[in-house]
Design a protein around this ligand. Structure first.
Ligand SMILES: Nc1nc2c(ncn2[C@@H]2O[C@H](COP(=O)(O)OP(=O)(O)OP(=O)(O)O)[C@@H](O)[C@H]2O)c(=O)[nH]1
Ligand SMILES: [Mg+2]
Length: 388
């Protein structure tokens, strides 16, 4: 349902978007909320703005403290094929899993809350590596900022994928639902939405330009422009992916929801007395894949986990080669669906500009050494020789 805000409220939101100063933003957001009529159509948006306010308050507070002493970094630098955050309630075995499948050695303890800062580790899989990051424990209220919740959830938002870990011997579906709710509150989606909108404001120009990677549903481009104009957005690039309703366009005005591919790992299978709790969890987590494991007893956990992540993240490894030579040993890691054009841009903008043709070997080639153009789609394991 489109929120139908009164014009004063829309004008106030415009003022909010004009300032970067956190204290000023908090004040304006509060004024904005006082202008929003309370009804079912505005519930979600109001809750979302309230969270933004408390997140900003938290940031202001942290900055004050950081000036007095150095605050720890919550964002390990990304390396490897993808960064995957291992998220879960306390004591489910996150540190144990990192010790078992990566080079990291976080403390494992029988008491709760032993991990207090994110711990990164590398999980090798075939010829690539995934970066797993153990997040400190998540709990009810994390999305409201409880126990470093804002940082934990920003870390998650910033990652490429999520592993939700729960304990099969401790009400796994209840734990899963708690984590899922905290993610939803933070507008991190674990199921790919039918449509997505991204609004990039521009300082210059005076029109709304659409980048169509999908279509509008139940409204026209004029309707969308009209709505954006009501929020005083007159100059912007609007990327439309999939099927997008007017609701989603308005949603994007207040900050984007992001989709992160997610795997559920149900640990301590050795302690589970029956399969009932696993089945209940599978039901609760649908359509996500649930992997039942025992970190303590599993023998090939790294391989199983690596292969699940590989599929979940839709990774494609492409190898380059030069004429008359062997292909590179180290692949270029990309997402499935990339084209020869995307690949040449990745290597160097020159390769793209001066591209003449490419030769292709591997699963996508109709025959070895096939001559292809920029728009040929590539698959995992392809070998490409670019001619400029
Ligand atoms: N039986 C059994 N115990 C396990 C398994 N995995 C971990 N544990 C135990 O569970 C307890 C908690 O393990 P950790 O790896 O520290 O859990 P965590 O999720 O990192 O916990 P915090 O960081 O403290 O929130 C330890 O006593 C582990 O030995 C498993 O597969 N089976
Ligand atoms: Mg831990």
């Amino acid at each position: 349902m489109v929120t139908n805000l009164p014009p004063e409220a829309k004008k106030k939101w415009f003022e909010v978007t004009l300032t970067r100063n956190p204290e000023e933003r908090i004040r304006l957001m509060q004024e904005f909320l006082s202008l929003v009529p309370k009804h079912k159509g505005t519930d979600k948006m109001v809750a979302h703005i309230r969270r933004q306010i408390s997140q900003l308050r938290d940031e202001v507070e942290k900055k004050k403290r950081a000036r007095r002493g150095r605050a720890p970094s919550y964002f390990p630098e990304k390396t490897g094929a993808a960064q995957v955050v291992v998220l879960g309630p306390t004591n489910v075995g996150r540190s144990s899993m990192l010790r078992a499948v990566t080079n990291a050695m976080p403390e494992v303890a029988s008491y709760p809350f032993s991990t207090k800062e994110p711990v990164p580790g590398m999980l090798p899989y075939e010829d690539i590596q995934f970066q797993l990051v153990e997040a400190p424990p998540i709990m009810e209220g994390s999305s409201e900022g409880r126990a470093n919740g804002f940082q934990i959830l920003s870390l998650t938002r910033n990652a490429d994928g999520i592993i939700i870990m729960v304990d099969l011997a401790e009400d796994p579906s209840g734990l899963y639902r708690m984590v899922a709710e905290e993610l939803e509150n933070s507008r991190i989606l674990t199921v790919e939405p039918e449509g997505e909108v991204e609004i990039q404001r521009r300082g210059h120009g005076s029109d709304i330009q659409f980048i169509w990677e999908g279509e509008l549903a139940g409204c026209s481009a004029e309707d969308a422009v009209k709505l954006l104009n009501e929020y005083k957005i007159r100059s912007a690039l609007v990327r439309v992916r999939g099927r997008v309703t007017l609701d989603l366009v308005e949603d994007a005005v207040f900050g984007n929801a992001v989709y992160r591919p997610t795997l559920v790992v149900a640990n301590k299978a050795d302690l589970a007395e029956s399969s009932a709790s696993l089945e209940e969890l599978r039901e609760a987590a649908k359509p996500l894949t649930v992997l039942s494991v025992s970190v303590k007893e599993a023998e090939n956990l790294a391989e199983v986990l690596g292969s699940e992540l590989f599929n979940l993240l839709g990774i494609a490894r492409v190898y380059t080669k030069e004429p008359g030579q062997d292909h590179s040993k180290v692949p270029i890691v990309a997402r499935r669906g990339l084209t020869v054009g995307d690949l040449s841009k990745t290597i160097h903008s020159d390769f793209y500009r001066r591209f003449r043709y490419a030769r292709l070997w591997g699963p996508s080639a109709n025959f070895p050494g096939e001559r292809v153009g920029l728009d040929r789609e590539l698959s995992d394991g392809d070998i490409v020789e670019i001619h400029v």
